[in-house]
Design a protein. Structure first.
Lengths: 199, 125
């Protein structure tokens, strides 16, 4: 059965110009990559654009893959680099994001952070605002946080996926969590109102 | 104090979760593969790195380096073999030098003469 072929062998076929091998690889990994991209890019069109870019790179670099490393790590490294590059392009200063928070959105976000139930529209606005706030984090920090805390990857896996060392990943995760706490502290609470720019 | 830190940590974790929220069953729109294939075929992926490139790296490149070394060595041998002792080499310059001549003639006093008053050496045949 051709679909049982390993990722590495499919990639080898793709490198040799076999479009079928590449299609199988795309079918196998597109959802996983799409859901990862959605962590950073809320609009499905943006996430899909990222995934397409990742697969274009995979196609172009297929012959450079060395089978001594797991294919998943290789693919994840391409995906994380692509996401980080795109996040860098759209990164905003934290002060600017905070200054743009409207009183309503601030209150909804505060309620969401406190775990209160909300209407769908308010919950969506809170999610959008939270995503904008996360955009102000250094992209690599955000990547490490998402991979470790949300995707459940170990420091070793994150190191392999980001081309770093395990120690460096742990240090970055520590620093990123500190930045995230500062960001959470800067979000105005309902008691304070939404003056923005605090912290 | 500890409670405040715990609250902040919980808010931070919630902020990360909220801002990174996604549908666990999400997938690209239908036709994703076709759109991707169109981009690949239109050259959007650039040219794939061909596998023969590895052969080039391991075989052709050393062969070219060896050929270049041989060419240089041959050129050096050719130049050495065709060089004739002529008037332009250092030996012939020394032979018409007045100081050198005085030393050959065992007349070191000429070394201390005024250079302007030193007689021109006789023309060699």
């Amino acid at each position: 059965m051709i679909d049982d072929a390993s990722d590495a062998s499919l990639l080898g076929r793709a490198a040799a110009g076999d479009a079928g091998g590449f299609d199988l690889l795309v079918g196998r990994w597109k959802n996983r990559l799409f859901r990862l991209a959605l962590r950073f890019f809320r609009r499905p069109e943006d996430a899909e654009e990222i995934v397409q870019e990742v697969f274009l790179k995979v196609y172009r670099m297929a012959a450079t893959y060395r089978s001594d490393a797991p294919f998943e790590h290789w693919l994840l490294r391409i995906a994380s680099n692509t996401c980080v590059d795109r996040l860098r392009e759209r990164r905003r200063r934290r002060e600017d994001v905070l200054a743009d928070i409207t009183p309503d959105a601030g209150a909804w976000l505060d309620a969401a952070l406190a775990g209160a139930s909300q209407e769908a529209r308010q919950a969506e606005a809170a999610r959008a605002l939270a995503s904008e706030l996360l955009d102000s984090l250094p992209p690599k920090d955000r990547m490490v946080l998402v991979l470790m805390d949300l995707e459940g990857l170990s420091a070793r896996d994150v190191a392999a996926a980001t081309g770093s060392t395990r120690a460096a990943v742990k240090v970055r995760a520590l620093r990123a969590r500190r930045s995230l706490r500062r960001l959470a502290e800067a979000v105005p609470t309902a008691r304070e109102g939404t003056g923005g720019g605090r912290g | 104090m500890r409670l405040r830190g715990w609250t902040t940590g919980r808010r931070a974790a919630q902020l990360l979760r909220l801002g990174s929220d996604r549908d666990e069953t999400a997938s690209p729109r239908p036709g994703f593969e076709a759109r991707l294939r169109a981009r690949v075929e239109s050259g959007g992926a650039g040219r794939p790195v061909p596998t023969w490139n590895e052969g080039f790296e391991s075989l052709v490149r050393p062969a070219l380096a060896l050929a270049a070394s041989l060419a240089l060595a041959c050129a050096g041998l050719y130049v050495q073999g065709t060089t004739q002792p002529g008037e332009a080499d250092l030996a012939s310059l020394a032979e018409v030098d007045s100081v050198f001549d005085s030393l050959l003639a065992a007349d070191p006093g000429a070394l201390f003469d005024d250079p302007g008053s030193v007689a021109e050496p006789p023309e060699r045949p």
